[in-house]
Design a protein around this ligand. Structure first.
Ligand code: FES
Length: 175
């Protein structure tokens, strides 16, 4: 491996003391360094710990696993499951799988986008609600299917979706 000054690398080891996120990402990557082809597992571990992939993920993981940043970035951008920002407090996920599309999923997505004022993949300005698409919850016979705050619901109408989001918002304010 070509040695470079770690201070030249954003998220490099010399920055870890001042950056606990970088240090933690490094520790997670190092914990799997002996495994064959650990990149995907490392990325999943980091996302599972932070809820998303912090900005330092690509340079730090590339350095620890002796990969190029392009290789790590390529994997991160290929899988839509990987997030680059923290998740919203309340996640609204609407199924766009074929079975749900046949019973009104697109209208439900359009309604959610209008009602929340955001597009799919976005969050409200205060980060309280995020809208995402899913391609099958395994609840196909009861579509349209949507998940609000981690709970999956079947036969979701636009009105029901609004009610579920309102309930989740009321619950999150009450905690
Ligand atoms: S297609 Fe929507 S739950 Fe399977």
């Amino acid at each position: 491996m070509t040695e470079r000054s770690l201070s030249e690398i954003p998220g490099g080891a010399s920055n870890d003391a001042a950056d606990p996120v970088s240090a933690r990402v490094r520790a997670v990557a190092e914990s799997r360094i002996a495994e064959p082809g650990p990149l995907l597992e490392v990325l999943h571990d980091i996302q599972s710990e932070f809820g998303y992939l912090p900005e330092v993920t690509v340079p730090v993981v590339a350095q620890v696993l002796n990969l190029s940043r392009a290789e790590v970035h390529g994997v991160v951008s290929f899988y839509s499951d990987f997030r680059s920002s923290p998740p919203a407090d309340i996640g609204v996920e609407i199924c766009r799988g074929e079975a749900c599309q046949a019973v009104g999923a697109e209208a439900l997505v359009a309604h959610a986008a209008k009602s929340l004022g955001i597009g799919v993949g976005d969050q409200t300005g205060d980060g309280s609600v995020g809208l995402e698409q899913i391609f099958c919850f395994g609840n196909c016979a009861l579509g349209p299917t949507a998940s609000v705050a981690g709970r999956v619901h079947g036969r979701v109408t636009p009105e029901r979706l609004d009610a579920l989001v309102n309930e989740a918002q009321a619950g999150s304010k009450g905690t």
